[in-house]
Design a protein around this ligand. Sequence first.
Ligand code: PHE
Length: 498
Amino acid sequence: MKRERWSSRTLFLFAAVASAAGLGNAWRFPYVTAKYGGGAFLVAYIIVLILFGKPILDIELALGQRMQKAAIGSFQEINAKLGGIGFAAILCGFIVVSYYVVVMAWCGLYTIYSFTLKWGTDTKGFFFNQVLHISKTPFNVGSINLVILVALILGWLCIYFSVRKGVKSVEGVVKITMPLPVILLVALLVRGVTLPGAMDGIIYYLKPDFNSLLNWKVWSEAIGQVFFSLSLAFGIMITYSSYLDIRGDIIENSTIIAISDCLIAVLAGFVVFSTLGYMSLQSGVGISELSTSGPGLAFVVFPKVLSLMPKFSQFFAVLFFVMLLTLAIDSAFSLAEAVIGVVNDRFPNVKKGRIVLGVCTVGFLCGIIFTTQSGLYYLDIVDHFVTNYSLILVGLLETLAVGWIYGADRLRQYINTVSRWEVGVWWDYLVKYIIPLCLVLLLISNFKTDLMVPYEGYPSIFIFLFGWLPVILVFGVILLFFLCGREKIGISNFNGYC
Ligand code: PHE
């Protein structure tokens, strides 16, 4: 069967940037930056982006394009025993998408609430009690929250329709959902920087605390953020680039994706902090207190700021939540597409529509647990463990597989054959030694922290069920493939390339 193709390179780039730019840019990046040294964190982030993010992105784009397969198939092409790395990647993706769509559902609900500023003055009480109906402890699962469940169904329907016809329908959607949030961000920026107090917020955001660069935590946060933000180690970039022609320019593509993702994050930071500066002036609460509220930033602090806007509050509230929603949707369906791509490779004769329906249904069913009254606790635990362990582990194995088994120099030669700008031998050293070494250190340090103090003080049974168990599962599939995969698949079908 002929492989699907993007109808133009621009649309591929739109889809890839749209996958990368998501809630991680608009909401996670700003508060992590402020928390870990402002401008200095930005420096760490950019260094990590260049030294880690970009080379791993090169690897993923090169693998997909070279092997013309989704995640599992691409690694199996290197060696059948390595298919587990691809499997683990899409498993991580599946776990993430199951809760990511729940957050997207909250964004959808808040878009509707924005028309009347339904959250009133007690935005915290509104979010936790009226929207989530949160239970006191993770032990009280409570009932399923029907409103969120309906929003979740709608979210999955959107995903279903976005990927139903594969690349063709994805292209139609990203034409809108890639530029729209950027335009909305710019509109919000114009509003933000013209508010009184905005400058204080921006100074707080960017004022560098260079001492923080001596702190390992800052670097480990930067690595985690780069991975999550570039959608690395989920098999997405491998899948998307497998729909490109084998001669596509990899270095140019990865550079455009990495720079755009970074710019969108920095832009979102300006929006968030200029607005928080205004809020701080109005409410007398310090910017640091406002910005370190973590996940609450989007659903507790921002609704409050939006209500405080001198004019057109509803209008800007709608803009803000539509921006979040449109940022989130293409990230969400890219995750689904990575899973679909793999199933499609494996069962080429099954109709794509059926695969899409199956994946969306299972994803929806897995997400229901996060719509319960204790869903937020579970979501928090899963998110922490997947991003701090599973992703890093998959990233580590990806670089090892390419660096040591396929051969970093061999992949680099292919990259250089098809790209206008060439990468030098330094790339091999990064892929073979530096990145794996740092990722191992990161895994060890995360492990040490989590063993010493239970994450956020959650009861150990939940840490095990929602935290370690998925990590063990991811590790298990890698091992299983490694032990059971016997047949070696040669790379014979693309003569002319290394
Ligand atoms: N990159 C997305 C973001 O920044 C998150 C994401 C991760 C999306 C993994 C898809 C896959 O929000």
